[in-house]
Design a binder for this molecule. Structure first.
Ligand code: IMP
Length: 428
């Protein structure tokens, strides 16, 4: 019996799709447990075909894997159908995708409110993806959300949409000067969309627990990353769910003691999209170099990512709050051909050296990186198959990151392809 959690150790976009895909062969179930179509996973198949997934688990690309959108996810039904259609057009078998009856539906008014709120905040904006994620989770916690199973009962669905819009229409019209939404129209639209996904609705927590009892392996796929977690991230510049490993048990409906491995995904440098503090951010030509060489553009929004050197304070923090047992280090190849590579080993906060995450938001805003320099390498590493084949300086860089991060680096990505991964220690 094994449940493996996959979690981004930084601010998301660490390359989780590649890791899920690598593990696909030994895994029976892949589950998304939080977030929605704010996520973007890119998977490159050996054929060179590239797939960008947003809502659907990346296991969909591995034949025979059962895929689940868990109860912790917020589902935009229009996006779901478009993504399914896109996969089916490319001959991907989607029959194995199930959706939790308890996942929340992301409604058109959530998207509208997300956009107007960001505009209202001006330069204090979060820099959200504009997909309605925050407003949908607000409704979930306020107990006025609409759940996937509600589409099976038109009366209940209508009552819930009417109740939600009673207040939201006032906000849209009176505060933001927008058009009110017609509840009947919203219900009709959702019922129409439900025809395309009704057959996939299931009690996924029961199915997952039964699968674990049968000894099957379940991969719990986190979206975003540790520092975007609403509790453990750089609040308020975070997403509205819990990507950290604890969220996996809640968002899938399994006991935390079923989780045997927590695989952290760690980029060999750091990136961030949206607003908020980022101590190692580079504003010089090196930032532009990492962005260009690493192709650092958001899969979901097409926004340029902010780039900086590796930050070991963050990695240590991620190891702790998630209980990371293994790391998958991605995009090492992006660092080839740099004379010396800086690593942030600690921060200076108001004149004092600190090794761990500052306790306060102010402390993190004031944090200045303290760098150590490692000699770089010039060889092309994209075809390396083992750790020993890597240039000595690349090996040294990895070993130093491992020492600073506090968990074993078990897999190393040396290129975007499915086969461009070095496995130092098997995961599943
Ligand atoms: P939201 O999740 O759309 O509400 O956005 C909140 C914050 O999380 C913003 O800074 C986004 O840029 C960031 N964010 C959301 N999803 C992702 C992701 O998949 N990768 C990186 N950043 C993300």
């Amino acid at each position: 019996m094994a449940a493996i959690v996959l979690i981004g150790a930084q601010w998301g976009d660490e390359g989780k799709g590649k890791a899920t895909d690598l593990l696909g062969g030994s895994i029976n179930w892949v589950v998304r447990y939080q977030g929605g179509n704010n996520a973007g996973h890119t998977v490159v198949l050996p054929s060179g075909e590239t797939f960008a997934l947003h809502l659907i688990p990346s296991g969909i690309l591995t034949p025979g894997v059962q895929n689940v959108i868990g109860n912790g996810v917020v589902v935009d039904p229009g996006v779901l159908l478009t993504e399914l259609g896109g996969l089916e057009d490319r001959d991907v078998d989607t029959t194995g995708l199930l959706i939790s009856a308890d996942a929340h539906l992301l409604m058109p008014y959530h998207v509208a409110i997300d956009k107007v709120t960001e505009r209202f905040l001006g330069n204090k904006k979060i820099g959200t993806t504009g997909r309605g994620i925050g407003p949908c989770y607000q409704d979930k916690i306020a107990r006025v959300g609409v759940r996937v199973a509600d589409v099976l009962d038109e009366k209940i669905l209508t009552q819930k949409v009417e109740a939600a819009l009673e207040l939201k229409n006032q906000i849209l019209v009176k505060i933001y000067n927008r058009r009110a939404l017609d509840p009947a129209q919203v219900v009709d639209e959702v019922l129409g969309q439900a025809e395309g996904f009704k057959h996939r609705i299931a009690d996924t927590r029961l199915l997952l627990n039964q699968a674990l009892e049968r000894g099957e392996t379940v991969l719990l796929e986190g979206s975003q990353g540790t520092l975007l977690d609403v509790d453990h991230g750089t609040y308020p510049y975070v997403t509205s769910s819990n990507p950290t490993a604890g969220g996996a048990a809640v968002g899938a409906g399994i006991g935390p003691n079923k989780i045997t491995t927590v695989l952290g995904i760690l980029k060999a440098y750091t990136t961030r999209v949206g607003s908020g503090p980022f101590p190692t951010e580079l504003f010089d030509e090196w930032g532009a170099y990492l962005a260009k060489t690493g192709g650092e553009v958001g899969v979901t929004t097409g926004r340029a990512r902010r780039c900086g050197w590796f930050d070991a304070v963050i990695a240590r923090y991620a190891t702790r709050v998630n209980g990371i047992t293994d790391y998958f280090l991605t995009k090492l190849d992006v660092l080839s051909s740099i004379d010396t590579i800086p690593i942030c080993v600690a921060y200076e906060v108001d004149g004092e050296r600190i090794e761990d995450m500052p306790m306060t938001q102010t402390g993190f805003h004031h944090a200045k990186p303290i760098y150590e320099e490692m000699p770089g390498w010039w060889e092309d590493i994209s075809q390396c198959k083992t750790f020993e084949e890597l240039p000595q300086n690349a090996q040294n860089y990895i070993l130093r990151l491992e020492e600073l991060s506090g968990a074993h680096i078990s897999c190393i990505g040396v290129g975007p392809g499915r086969d461009q991964t070095i496995v130092r220690r098997a995961i599943a």
